[in-house]
Ligand binder design. Structure first.
Ligand code: PXL
Length: 277
């Protein structure tokens, strides 16, 4: 197995099982050397905790990048998630453009919204700034809510395939080559993922667990990138990430004290086995 070095750029929420505290262990379990660039440090994530601290690391980014350039460090994949500021998005775009190897895969998760709403620290200016970053992605991994904010389409809970195709086409029109749209369900009690590439759409559906968990978008994107960089095709990686995320949610059911995240550690062994098939 080729040993690959990847960079992931997202926040450290010290408590709450999301972003880097999820991406780093999942990508490591997938056998990838995982380098990080923290976008911000928060005491907890912002969904459900109050009074969290937030240290924006925007101003550290250019010096970190410069040092890596001096050391001739390049990455086989760059995967971005929750970012800290609009200015930072500009720095991240430059990192995507300059820090990859010749065949670098650039994956952008526009982590900024869910369930029809933007996360608390973001506004429409942030959404506008996200669009060109999404356009630079080889693979864009939004949920339906993020897709709506990015395309200006109305957010719907009930929809058909033509709605999903419109979202995917409009996202691809931003410039992303491939779109992996998560949380796509056409029937009550079902959800899944739509993969859009070169005008072709493939769908993988599965049962929806009634009680979802916070942070599953980060679990999904991390497992997807991990499987992809282990040599799986886009659709197969999308399926593995979906199956793994379902197992994480299942393993978190029935524990009301664990409202803030999913117990993704409990299924890492299964993820590793899925990669071996
Ligand atoms: O899981 C997305 C996410 C990441 N990081 C922080 C968040 C959230 C979602 O709310 O608040 C800080």
């Amino acid at each position: 197995m080729a040993y690959k070095k990847i960079l992931t750029i997202q926040d450290i929420s010290c408590v709450g099982q999301c972003s880097l505290t999820v991406a780093l262990p999942i990508l490591s379990a997938c056998g990838l050397e995982t380098c990080i660039l923290p976008s911000a440090v928060l005491s907890t994530h912002t969904a459900g905790f109050s009074g969290f601290t937030f240290r924006d690391l925007t101003e550290d980014m250019p010096a970190i990048q410069k040092h890596w350039q001096k050391e001739n460090i390049k990455f086989e994949a760059i995967y971005t998630g929750y970012l800290g500021s609009i200015k930072q998005i500009g720095y991240v775009r430059d990192i995507l453009k300059t820090m990859g190897t010749d065949n670098c895969v650039r994956v952008v998760d526009p982590a900024m919204a869910d369930n029809g709403q933007l996360y608390s620290i973001f506004n429409m200016d942030y959404v506008e700034a996200m669009k060109p970053l999404c356009g630079e992605a080889d693979i864009l991994v939004p949920n339906i809510t993020e897709a709506c904010f990015l395309t200006g389409e109305e957010y719907k809970e009930v929809y058909d395939e033509s709605y999903v195709r419109t979202l995917a086409e409009k996202l691809a029109a931003l410039g992303a080559k491939t779109v992996v749209l998560t949380g796509v369900g056409y029937e009550q009690g079902r959800t899944g993922v739509a993969v859009y590439e070169n005008g072709k759409m493939e769908y993988y559906g599965h049962d929806k667990i009634a009680k979802g968990c916070h942070g599953t978008g980060d679990i999904y994107a991390s497992a997807f990138v991990g499987a992809l960089m282990r040599g799986k095709g886009v659709y197969d990686a999308a399926v593995i990430a979906a199956d793994y995320t379902v197992r994480c949610i299942e393993n978190t059911q029935g524990d009301p004290d664990h409202w803030y995240g999913a117990k993704f550690e409990t299924a890492l062994g299964e993820l590793i086995r899925m990669l071996e098939d």
